[in-house]
Ligand binder design. Structure first.
Ligand code: TYM
Length: 343
């Protein structure tokens, strides 16, 4: 990992978040959860279910609470150890909201206006989008920097938001004449799985909000469903090529090769070395087997954990306590740096 910023001398820390807005899919697993689980063995890690982000669009209160528990269960089912990593809910730690407001005053309108995710989510009618949806990436910067996190594992769709977090940290440090106060967080994006695409359209990312369930593999899908979805995935009649160059313009094929590589913990080229010249009649069943073996145990554990909300709540209460213990002194320091009364 590279140095987060030359003048920041604090400890290295990993932070990332997942929204509680529906069941998680293979993209969330390969782009985020799988990386989190690996990082917990090498780094101080803090992971968060970001319910403050979820309410940037309307949510049903009962569903929000239940989705929050479900995402927590997915973290655990994927292999996160809550003794090792801190796992908590964003709204349980007030530091996020407080720092987000402070950062609203450092971030510039022009920076936020360039955010493509706002443009995508607000669509044609941006006059009616919530202010929260517009300011969303500022809250994301606050999430990371409330813990002075130096490394942020995410999928590729979060790259622009991470760049904004760096800009905000830099601006705060400059505005308050506090060089090195916040680290400039480094995104951890590289590797296969950073951008898993829809099974129905290899040019669109796999997404919770796609109306077609055939476009994604959910962590809760059973073996038959997974195999059926992979069989129906849109590809082309050509056999697999020998080199990555040969996947150009073959988005569906490239996506399946990428998924295979991410699940097997290898590279796209290594997958092609094994399957070059073979058609999808051979490759798809192999991919289905690999996916079923990786995902169904998670789905089964998820079902078990979903039946035990008391356990989930205990994990979250403990996580919130530990998260506050890290964030509160940092926020106190921020308040002093700004000149807020009483600090
Ligand atoms: P969210 O909840 O949309 O997604 C959670 C994580 O899954 C990754 N991801 C994907 N990776 C690969 N291929 C895909 N098709 C795919 N779809 C989703 C996302 O990149 C993300 O890592 N804004 C964030 C949550 C957040 C956050 C943070 C992340 C809030 N605060 C602070 C990092 C640090 C989001 O909406 O992720």
């Amino acid at each position: 990992m590279s140095e987060p910023t030359p003048s920041y001398t604090g400890p290295q820390r990993v932070f990332s978040g997942v929204q509680p807005t529906g069941a998680l899919h293979l993209g969330n697993y390969l782009g985020a959860l799988k990386k989190f689980v690996a990082l917990q063995h090498t780094h101080d890690c803090i992971f968060c279910v970001v319910d403050l982000h979820a309410i940037t669009v309307p949510q049903d209160p009962k569903m929000l609470a239940s989705n929050t528990r479900k995402i927590t269960a997915a973290f655990l089912a994927a292999g996160l150890d809550p003794e090792r990593a801190v796992l908590f809910v964003q709204s349980a730690v007030r530091a996020h909201s407080e720092l987000a407001w402070i950062f609203n005053c450092s971030a510039r309108m022009g920076w936020l206006e360039r955010m493509t995710q706002f443009k995508d989510k607000a669509g044609q009618d941006k006059e009616r989008a919530s202010v929260g949806l517009f300011a969303y990436p500022v809250l994301q910067a606050a999430d990371i920097l409330a813990y002075k996190a130096t490394h942020v594992p995410v999928g590729e769709d979060q790259k622009q938001h991470l760049e904004l977090s760096r800009d905000i940290a830099e601006r705060f440090n400059r505005d308050y004449d506090a060089p090195g106060f916040f680290p400039l967080p480094d995104p951890l994006i590289k590797g296969p799985g950073a951008r898993v695409m829809s099974l129905k359209d290899g040019t669109k990312k796999m997404s919770k909000s796609d109306p077609s369930d055939l476009s994604r593999i959910n962590l809760e899908d059973d073996a038959d469903t997974i195999a059926r979805k992979i069989k129906k995935a849109r590809t082309d009649p050509e056999p697999l090529p020998e080199s990555i160059d040969g996947l150009k313009g073959r988005d569906g094929a490239a996506n399946l090769v990428g998924i295979y590589a991410a699940l097997a913990g290898t590279t796209d080229q290594a997958v092609l070395d094994e399957y070059a010249g073979k058609g999808f009649g051979i490759f798809k069943p192999a991919l289905a087997e690999l996916t079923v073996n990786a995902i169904t145990p998670i789905g089964e554990e998820l079902a078990r954990l979903n039946a035990d909300p008391g356990h989930i709540d205990k994990v979250l209460a403990d996580g919130a306590k530990r998260a506050r213990a890290i964030a509160d002194p940092i926020i106190e320091d921020v308040r002093r740096t700004i000149g807020f009364w009483g600090s």
